[in-house]
Design a protein around this ligand. Structure first.
Ligand code: ADP
Ligand code: NA
Length: 332
């Protein structure tokens, strides 16, 4: 049996979005507060699978660390570090490149989405991304990974890699890690297109709420969010064919720590002209203390770097022996 341990990561490939906050960060704080050993990573090696400007990347990495802390991750209780500072991730990823099968990787929908029509011109790293993600998780024998719904397929691949490794070498060395995808906002959608997820890499800034947006920007993005002309239903099934409406209600529920049913019991029958300002007020109330704290932390970059350095030492203390045992099992 494996000791319960949580691992998760976020890419410093741009500023944090409300999707990252509700689908990931807020849930990371829940795991930490339940007292489970929690390891959180700025995954810069994932970010470079597509072009990153070096200066922007190092700033985004610090800002992401500030975002973790401002959201409630306590570096004294959780391990907070930057992926490239722990070389075991890249080393284990190579091992997993040799375990994973081409056919498995070709089925990954995120690669297809990100590579687009010109897949021949995508980096080899973008294709191999899920093997690095498996390494991130399995370097710590993590048993649980809180993530948004978009990562479900990658978690299945992580289990496939662990299963094949254990089977091929006749060991029970890697755990079969469980994704933890729960709450009202496991897939926050773009504010402009109810069929696309909100993402920090979407070219349209109006599609997302950034954690660093000020109150006016948040209110104006919510006011301009696409909706339909109908009033809000009083039960969840009334949202079934209304992706934009459902998205705004899900966001409200997650921000307010309520269920969708509870929210609709309160706001059912209201028009969006009335609901959107309520949502904007709630979003500003929850997000502005976080962005204020992020700005304060960003004025102390040395402090952030020191936290990340300490975190990488703590991470290596776990990952080094696991990589050594992996090599031993393989005879290398
Ligand atoms: P992004 O797509 O914004 O670059 P990442 O790939 O860095 O996000 O994902 C970081 C974490 O945030 C993952 O756990 C992912 O599932 C979660 N996440 C990203 N976008 C969303 C979203 N729109 N809704 C819910 N969770 C999300
Ligand atoms: Na992503």
């Amino acid at each position: 049996a494996f000791t319960p341990r949580v691992f998760s990561g976020i890419q410093p490939s741009g500023g944090l979005t409300l999707g990252n906050y509700l689908g990931a960060l807020k849930r990371f704080v829940d795991s930490q507060d339940r007292g489970i050993q929690s390891i959180y990573c700025m995954v810069d090696l994932h970010a470079i699978t597509v072009w990153q400007d070096p200066e922007k990347l190092s700033r985004a990495t610090r800002e992401l660390c500030a975002g973790f802390i401002a959201s409630g991750i306590d570096p004294a209780r959780s391990i907070l570090f930057n992926q490239s500072q722990v070389p075991e991730h890249a080393q284990m990823a190579w091992v997993f490149n040799c375990v994973a099968r081409m056919g498995w990787m070709k089925r990954m929908t995120q690669f297809k989405d990100k590579a687009g029509k010109n897949a021949e011109n995508a980096s080899l790293g973008l294709f191999a991304y899920p093997a690095l993600m498996a390494a991130d998780i399995l370097c710590y024998h993590a048993t649980h990974v809180p993530v948004g719904e978009d990562q479900k397929q990658h978690l299945e691949l992580t289990r496939d890699i662990a299963t094949k490794f254990n089977h091929d070498y006749g060991v029970e060395f890697f755990p079969l890690t469980e994704p933890v995808i729960e709450g009202a906002a496991t897939r926050v959608m773009s504010l402009r297109d109810g069929s696309k997820k909100m993402s920090k890499s979407d070219p349209s800034d109006m599609s997302r709420i950034n954690m660093t947006d000020d109150a006016d920007t948040i209110a104006s993005k919510i006011r301009k969010a696409r909706t339909d002309p109908d009033a809000l239903p009083s039960e969840a099934k009334g949202l079934e064919d209304r992706p934009e409406a459902r998205n705004l209600v899900n966001i409200y529920a997650a921000l307010a720590d309520m269920t969708v049913a509870q929210v609709l019991a309160d706001v059912g029958g209201k028009q969006f002209s009335e609901f959107k300002p309520m949502l904007a007020d709630l979003a500003v109330e929850k997000l502005s203390p976080i962005s204020g704290e992020m700005a304060r932390l960003m004025e102390q970059p040395d402090e952030i770097d020191a936290i990340l350095r300490r975190g990488s030492d703590q991470a290596r203390a776990i990952a080094t022996p696991i990589l050594e045992q992996t090599y031993d099992i393989m005879g290398i």
